[in-house]
Design a protein around this ligand. Structure first.
Ligand SMILES: C[C@H](O)[C@H](O)[C@H]1CNC2=NC(N)=NC(=O)C2=N1
Length: 97
């Protein structure tokens, strides 16, 4: 599916709407670290993110160690950041509220 890669300026504009995310991979991805009380909480969060990702057909690159989850978002279809990454990031943030 074709998707447009955002310019750095566009990505910075999108970043300004998020909290807790940072650029990674030289601006080709965004990343956020989450910490929970324990593994069960982390796993529950990952389950909710997995459902969001599947619904959006946009999937995170992530890892989990006990109560920590690291999520990195990038768009493979454009080799960089697209609006899809920011939409998923804000949907993930909404889970935390
Ligand atoms: C065919 C399918 O829509 C694509 O491969 C989707 C699936 N999930 C995806 N996830 C991510 N992170 N980037 C993509 O470009 C992407 N593309």
């Amino acid at each position: 599916m074709s998707v447009t890669r955002l310019t750095r300026a566009e990505a910075e504009g999108e970043m300004a709407t998020l909290e807790g995310w940072e650029f990674s991979r030289e601006g080709e991805a965004i990343r956020r670290f989450f910490k929970f009380a324990d593994f069960v909480e982390a796993w529950g969060f990952m389950n909710r993110v997995a459902l969001l990702a599947e619904k959006a057909d946009h999937h995170p690159e992530w890892s989990n160690v006990y109560n920590r989850v690291e999520i990195e978002l990038t768009t493979h279809d454009c080799d960089g950041l697209s609006h899809r990454d920011f939409e998923l990031a804000s949907a993930i943030d909404a889970l935390m509220r």
